[in-house]
Write a protein that binds this ligand. Sequence first.
Ligand SMILES: *Cc1c(COP(=O)(O)O)cnc(C)c1O
Length: 379
Amino acid sequence: MERIPVAGPWITQKEIEYVKDAVENAWYGNANMYHERFERGFAEYVGRRHAIALPSCTSAIHLALMALGVTSGDEVIVPDITWIASAAPVTYVGALPVFADMEPDTWCISAQSVERLVGPKTAAVIAVDLYGNMPDYDRLESVCRRHGLRLIEDAAQAAGGSYKGHKAGSIGDISVFSFHGSKTLTCGEGGMLLTDDENIYRRCLFLRDHGRSSGSKMFYNDEVAYKYKMSSMQAALGLAQLERIDELTARKREMFEWYAEALAGTDGISLNAEKPGTLNTYWMISILLDPVLGIAKESLMSALSAHKIDTRPFFYPLSSLPAYRDNPDIARAAHENVHAYGLSPFGLNLPSALCLSRTEVEYVADKLRIELDSLRKKG
Ligand SMILES: *Cc1c(COP(=O)(O)O)cnc(C)c1O
């Protein structure tokens, strides 16, 4: 038996044909045809006016912060529980990340925690739709409005989801996606930046193309900037995946149901939540072990690995990572972010790759129950 992968895409003949067509035809006058179709299609799907295809979500967040004027001396509030890519660009622009706690039910950034952290230097908030779920955006938007903060929605893990009728990736001043190979919709590597604001859009186009405006004199740059572009082959792959987005997200939701049924009645674990009004697209189907069991995620992960089952740890609080050892906010975060620090040690992502069959999911659930029982007895 092959190892059961934790993440991975669902590629069909359509993707292969689009990429083949791009390799053959997307040159000369047609060099941008797939970018244009992918950007237009994505903006329409999400319901935003403008979209820019980029090499990664990390570069999208970097551009977003620059376009919003976030700079050295500013603070940006980020979730303590997320992939570091959500927060790393804050450092690129010379600003300071400040770490907000998560909500215990959605696992997303807590608006209440954000509000407590707002200070005179706060410029922006980056909210993350963690594992395909959605934070309390009504409350986050009202905090941002009251304090004059910009809001970036990091929807990298939530393609296809929605919050109270708004598609994931349509919220805030700027929203961003990742199309890394692990994500629900993939280009291999890639990202997207979306906004309704014409000025932000123009500024991002300028900054991502070495500081030149369209129509300006050739090789005559106004500012030193960046080169952030994806290739036509990636855009073609992304377009094919976008045309299958309903199928991709339906499979994730179906897989969640397979797990939920197979694990029903198992004591001491909880799965991803879905609040009324939210459509969770379960990028990573995950469990939290009841902390009273005293079973660390790492011990369950290695037990499952022996059955050729790959899992991932629930994100460690960013404020606990060596990367942020010099950040002045970490002692406060470790003390106040009780949900992030209290729950992260007991969470893991189960295999959620789009290629998995129901039989494989049931195998994982079976081994999970057996290993959990034996760790319980040892504990
Ligand atoms: C994957 C991911 C990113 C980074 O995406 P890249 O395309 O790898 O730069 C950013 N934020 C979140 C929440 C992610 O899951």
